[in-house]
Design a protein around this ligand. Structure first.
Ligand SMILES: Nc1ncnc2c1ncn2[C@@H]1O[C@H](COP(=O)(O)OP(=O)(O)OP(=O)(O)O)[C@@H](O)[C@H]1O
Length: 201
């Protein structure tokens, strides 16, 4: 095994609701990779990302080897409305706690939430709540990022900043696998993984 490989997936298959979404899907993620997971609605992107993150095995086949700690961002918000952004990040349900309020506030500023640190998250807009989740990308030390629709509810400027963050993460030895229906900017050097009905490539 090369030291730079962060994840290996071999012969993956997913069956949901009696339908085989795809099978015999193999790939790896290495340090420096940005990989864009694409496929139509229902193709199985969320199912695949959950499988890779080790969150679900239902209906799955194949072997996933993670050689690195992983940060998983689901397409549904993990933000608790009664907690403030600072508290949400302090006690994040991923189990990756961020105890340093100074670092948390800096991350919140990075995602445009300066001044909202102590506002109950339930009072924030959908995009601002998504930004609380995304602040983890400025706090986490985990090299392998598995991101399900990270651009959801994010404005154009925010999407551009996120892509800059992906580039910086990859340049520092991380890897990013993200699903999105949006095209990535031309300055993002990304590999495409395409899932289509019954097959993947
Ligand atoms: N818990 C479940 N039980 C049965 N079928 C499921 C379950 N979860 C997902 N599916 C089915 O699996 C298929 C793939 O769903 P998934 O959410 O992985 O697709 P997706 O590619 O992420 O789609 P989208 O682009 O719409 O987010 C869908 O047809 C969905 O109905």
């Amino acid at each position: 095994m090369s030291a730079s490989i962060l994840l290996e997936a071999a012969n993956l298959g997913i069956e949901r609701g009696g339908r085989q979404l795809f099978s015999e899907f193999s790939f790896s993620l290495s340090a420096g990779d940005i990989v864009h997971l694409r496929g139509e609605n229902g193709a199985g992107k969320t199912s695949l990302l959950r499988m890779l993150a080790g969150l679900s095995r239902y209906g799955f086949d194949g072997l996933v080897q993670r050689h690195s700690a992983c940060l998983y961002l689901g397409h549904q918000s993990a933000v608790k409305g009664l907690l403030t952004p600072r508290e949400n990040l302090h006690w994040h349900p991923s189990g990756e706690a961020f105890p340093d309020d100074v670092a948390i506030d800096a991350a919140l500023a990075e995602v445009g939430l300066f001044g909202y640190e102590d506002v109950p998250a339930g009072q924030l807009s959908a995009g601002q709540q998504r930004r609380v989740d995304l602040a983890r990308l400025y706090l986490s030390q985990r090299p392998l990022w598995l991101l399900d629709e990270p651009f959801t509810a994010i404005d154009a400027q925010g999407v551009e900043r996120l892509q800059q963050r992906f580039i910086a993460h990859a340049e520092h030895g991380g890897a990013v696998l993200l699903s999105s229906h949006q095209m990535l900017d031309a300055n993002v050097t990304a590999r495409v993984l395409e899932i289509s009905a019954g097959a993947a490539q």
